[in-house]
Structure formats: structure tokens, C-alpha cells
Ligand binder design. Structure first.
Ligand SMILES: NC(=O)c1ccc[n+]([C@@H]2O[C@H](COP(=O)([O-])OP(=O)(O)OC[C@H]3O[C@@H](n4cnc5c(N)ncnc54)[C@H](O)[C@@H]3O)[C@@H](O)[C@H]2O)c1
Ligand SMILES: [Zn+2]
Length: 368
């Protein structure tokens, strides 16, 4: 079992990563003197796969737990589902010392975390992320929340869990497309922060796609450590944390204009990262060879790297980029890399350059 610590003063917490991490649930809850009454929040798919195991482990250790499940998918990340959870929590008489276990992907983690942050002004919660994306990204850092009709993640809080269990065995049942989408975030950490991780991903690609547990354990741990390090320095995203949005400006806009259905988040940010790498080559002097390696790794992971846009769609893409929550004062700012593992944020890039990159024009270093 590997442990990664998220350093946030008295809200610091560990992430436990291993093939059998679930078996630690009851012990870790007991050690923290959490009250006996608790609730496992999950989605129906994950509840059917792992709900009974988790419930049994808790009950065997003397916890009085209920299972609350919502339909699988992004549409459950809304205030209606939060209300549904509150009602069940209250009916089961959860108190201040009680806790919530979030069992599932990022949707469940964000929803259950938000319910935990707000029910009785905040009760303890524990994350058991079961998608690769949730293990390396959404379960680390304490952002919780739900969507509004007008946009994603518009209601939320920063609220840290007591601990996180990443059980690599749960990834076995993950559909291949979801697994690849999670890899897009894994590759991101290499690009923005860790050239050695990127090399390892190139070298071990086959093992990763086979979901070899030892390889995944090392990689998930490294990604969590990177996110922990970044979040530890900038919890509320006033600066450095922005580098985690590499590829996301274009990625989010692609998700928005395609109606949040055609592309999974990981697929959209795969296209976004390849574009951001090409912009980096033109604007920051990232060697062309490195931009090529980046594209090749996403390709080999089976992720999309380009998007064909009509003039009208491109117009909508730019409007969507300007509407992004992260945009301040109408200026689109990019996270770029000047070398592998060396990201910086706040780059204002000319619109024409973005357009040329999206058209797939060859990389030219000097601007004319
Ligand atoms: N809080 C953050 O910092 C943060 C960061 C990144 C993303 N997010 C959020 O995370 C969400 C996306 O998360 P996601 O990609 O995990 O999606 P998800 O939670 O919808 O899970 C994807 C699908 O996989 C299924 N699933 C989950 N685990 C499984 C398993 N082990 N076996 C089989 N099926 C399984 C789910 O039922 C679902 O259908 C988005 O809402 C996004 O906004 C949050
Ligand atoms: Zn992302």
C-alpha cells in the first residue's frame, strides 16, 4: 500500500493507494473516531458492483450505514440530487459526528462531498474513487460541487475529505473508454510537472492499458503526489493551481459546444492539450519534437487529438472559451509549457494563433 499525504495544515489527509485499499475502510474510520452512523453515497452502476462490499465492511466494524444511490452520469450532479441525499441523511438521523463515504467516480465524489460540506454545516467525508479520473484528479484537492443549468460546477465549496482510498482493483470493471479518458489527466501531470513521469508513460503504455496493478499503483501515486503538491501550495486557485488546467480552456469549450455528450471530459482535454502544446511551440518555444511526443502519446492511448470545425462551430468555440468560468475580464489566458514538465500560466495568446493551431497548420516559430 502506498500513502500520499495532502499537506493542508490541520486539514491534511492521506491518500492510500493499493490493490486492496477497500479492506482498510473500516480500520481507517475507526482510527478517526467517526460516529457509528454513516451513509455511503454512490451511483447505481458502482453501487451494484461495490456497494455491498463496502456496506458489509462498515457493518462488520460496527458502523450503522445506509446506501444512497443516484443514477449514473453527469445529470446526477445537480441540486435535486443533493436534496435527495439530504432527505435520506436526515431520515437515517446522521449527526454532527457522522460521516459520508463517496463511492464512485468524480460525479459521486463532487455530489457526496458537497452534501457532506453542507449537511449540518459540514460532516466528515471519505472518498473511495472508482474511476481513473477520480483517483488521480477529482478526489484530490477538495473541490466539491454541482452543476446548474447555466454551467458546470457553478455551486460548490472547498471541502477536504478525512482520507481517500484508491483501490486499483475497482478499475478492472471500468469501461475502456472511461479508462482512456482518465489517462488524459495522467498524461497531463507528466506534461505540466514531471518529464520523468511522461517518459515512464511512454515506456509503460502497454502495461498501463493492460491495467497492470503494480504499474498503475506507481503512476496513480505519482499523479496524486503532484496534485497534492500543487494544491498544498495553492488550495483555492489564486495562482499555481491554474497549471492543472492545461488543455482545459479549449477542452471545456469543446465539451460545451458539443453539448456535453459527444466527448468525455478526458477526450476533450486530450484535443485541448495537443492544441495547447502546439500553441506552446509557437508562443513559448517548446521544441517541436516535444509537441510531437505529446501528440503521439495521446494517440497511442487511443484518445482523440484533433477536431474538425466548421466556421460556425469555430465561432461558437471561441465564444465558449470566453464564457469559461476561469476567464477574467474577457481575456482568454492559457497554461503553456516551455519544456516537458515546465508549465506556466496566464499567457495571453492571439486569437489568430489559436485558430491556426486548431486548423492544424504546420508549426512555425516566428510570428509573421
Ligand atoms: N472536484 C474536482 O476537482 C474535479 C476534478 C476533475 C473532474 N471533476 C468532475 O468529475 C466528474 C467526472 O468524473 P468521472 O469521469 O469519474 O465520471 P463519472 O463519475 O460519471 O464516472 C464515469 C462512469 O463510470 C462508471 N463507473 C465508475 N466507476 C466504475 C467502476 N469502477 N467500474 C465500472 N463503472 C464505473 C460510472 O457509473 C459512470 O457511468 C465531472 O463531473 C467533473 O466535473 C471534479
Ligand atoms: Zn480535467
Amino acid at each position: 500500500m502506498r500513502t500520499v499525504k495532502v499537506p493542508l495544515g490541520d486539514r491534511s489527509y492521506p491518500i492510500l493507494i493499493g490493490s486492496d485499499a477497500l479492506s482498510r475502510l473500516a480500520t481507517e474510520c475507526t482510527r478517526r473516531h467517526l460516529a457509528s452512523r454513516c451513509a455511503v453515497i454512490s451511483d447505481r452502476t458502482v453501487a451494484a458492483l461495490y456497494g455491498a462490499t463496502v456496506q458489509r465492511a462498515l457493518q462488520k466494524a460496527g458502523f450503522d450505514s445506509i446506501l444512497i444511490s443516484v443514477p449514473a452520469g453527469e445529470t446526477s450532479k445537480r441540486l435535486n440530487s443533493v436534496q435527495f441525499c439530504y432527505d435520506r441523511l436526515a431520515a437515517h438521523r446522521l449527526e454532527r459526528g457522522s460521516f459520508i463515504v463517496a463511492l464512485g467516480g468524480g460525479v459521486v465524489g463532487d455530489l457526496a462531498g458537497f452534501a457532506a460540506a453542507t449537511y449540518l454545516r459540514g460532516i466528515a467525508f471519505v472518498q473511495i474513487p472508482t474511476t481513473l479520473l477520480a483517483q488521480v484528479d477529482s478526489s484530490v484537492g477538495g473541490k466539491v460541487g454541482v452543476n446548474l443549468k447555466t454551467g458546470k460546477n457553478l455551486v460548490g465549496a472547498f471541502y477536504q475529505p478525512r482520507f481517500v482510498l484508491c483501490d486499483l482493483a475497482t478499475l478492472d470493471s471500468l469501461p475502456p473508454r472511461e479508462f482512456r479518458a482518465g489517462l488524459a489527466e495522467v498524461i497531463k501531470y507528466g506534461i505540466i510537472y514531471d518529464a520523468a513521469l511522461f517518459r515512464r508513460l511512454e515506456r509503460d503504455q502497454d502495461k498501463i492499458l493492460r491495467r497492470d496493478r503494480a504499474t498503475l499503483s506507481a503512476i496513480v501515486a505519482r499523479c496524486c503526489a503532484i496534485k497534492a503538491e500543487v494544491v498544498g501550495q495553492d488550495e483555492t486557485e489564486s495562482g499555481l493551481r491554474a497549471i492543472l488546467n492545461f488543455g482545459h480552456t479549449i477542452g471545456h469549450a469543446i465539451e460545451a459546444i458539443s453539448g456535453y455528450g459527444r466527448f468525455l471530459h478526458g477526450e476533450a482535454i486530450s484535443i485541448g492539450q495537443v492544441a495547447a502544446a502546439r500553441i506552446s511551440a509557437r508562443w513559448l518555444g517548446l521544441p517541436e519534437r516535444e509537441a510531437g511526443r505529446i501528440r503521439a502519446l495521446f494517440d497511442r492511448a487511443g484518445l482523440p487529438t484533433t477536431i474538425a470545425l466548421s466556421a460556425a462551430q469555430r465561432q461558437r468555440l471561441f465564444s465558449a472559451m470566453k464564457l469559461d468560468k476561469k476567464v477574467r475580464g474577457g481575456e482568454i489566458k492559457f497554461v503553456l509549457v516551455k519544456g516537458m514538465g515546465e508549465a506556466s500560466f496566464g499567457h495571453q495568446v492571439p486569437v489568430q494563433l489559436i485558430e491556426r493551431v486548431l486548423d492544424g497548420a504546420p508549426i512555425i516559430h516566428h510570428e509573421s
